[in-house]
Design a protein around this ligand. Structure first.
Ligand code: ZN
Length: 214
């Protein structure tokens, strides 16, 4: 199947079996899930939601109007469903936040955790608070953002040895920043039925940080 790259990459909202929004994927991925029978397409019609298996969706696509984007094959075209419903997966959304460089930057708001300076991404480093050679682990509680100067000053020392102190105690965040998604740009109004604003917005467990408007 071919399609314009933009249609294949269009965002599709993924619901679990409990009709909870769990992810956003590309149209390419959504159509694979549909084709493999792992998901059904979801469409809102006359105030209710209809679900379609692959063959039904393909048949529906033939007569569908221009509100949907299409991917064209040799003898057919198939519409990009705005939403797919997973048939098997019924877990509630995964709330673990992966320990990644990007997520640490996000948690620390691109701010050096020693001097408090806001730093461009390219000039940020990750610092092990307790250095690795002293047994410091790569964990949310022991890795922070630091600017180059503080990083150089700290080197392989503990903060105390380097005469530095943390501006806040690092900890594991409770939000899920994997979805870097701006709700101003919801591509389909129908998504709003499934997106709980308070749930999708970034939430920190730390009240002090919430006040800073993260
Ligand atoms: Zn610094």
């Amino acid at each position: 199947m071919v399609g314009s790259p933009s249609a294949l990459n269009e965002n599709v909202l993924v619901l679990n079996r409990l009709w909870q929004a769990v992810n956003i994927c590309s149209a390419r991925r959504a159509l694979c899930l549909l084709y493999q029978g792992h998901a059904h397409a979801v469409l809102q019609a006359n105030g209710s939601f209809q679900t379609f298996q692959f063959t039904d969706w393909r048949d529906f696509s033939r007569g569908a109007d221009g509100r949907l984007r299409f991917i064209h094959g040799v003898n057919c075209r198939i519409a990009v469903p705005p939403i797919v419903l997973l048939v098997l997966y019924d877990k509630t959304p995964h709330k673990e936040v992966k320990l990644t460089r990007q997520n640490i930057y996000t948690r620390d708001k691109h701010t050096c955790q020693y001097c408090g300076k806001s730093v461009e991404k390219k000039d940020l480093n990750l610092d092990h608070v307790i250095p690795r050679h002293l047994g410091g682990k790569t964990t949310w509680e022991n890795v922070v953002c630091s600017c180059r100067e503080c990083n150089t000053r700290k080197a392989n020392l503990t903060p105390k040895q380097a005469g530095l102190s943390l501006i806040r105690q690092p900890k594991k965040p409770v939000w899920r920043p994997y979805l870097d998604f701006n709700l101003e740009r919801v591509p389909h109004d129908v998504w709003k039925h499934f997106i709980d604003l308070s749930y999708w917005n970034v939430q920190l467990g730390d009240e002090e940080e919430e006040e800073e408007g993260v």
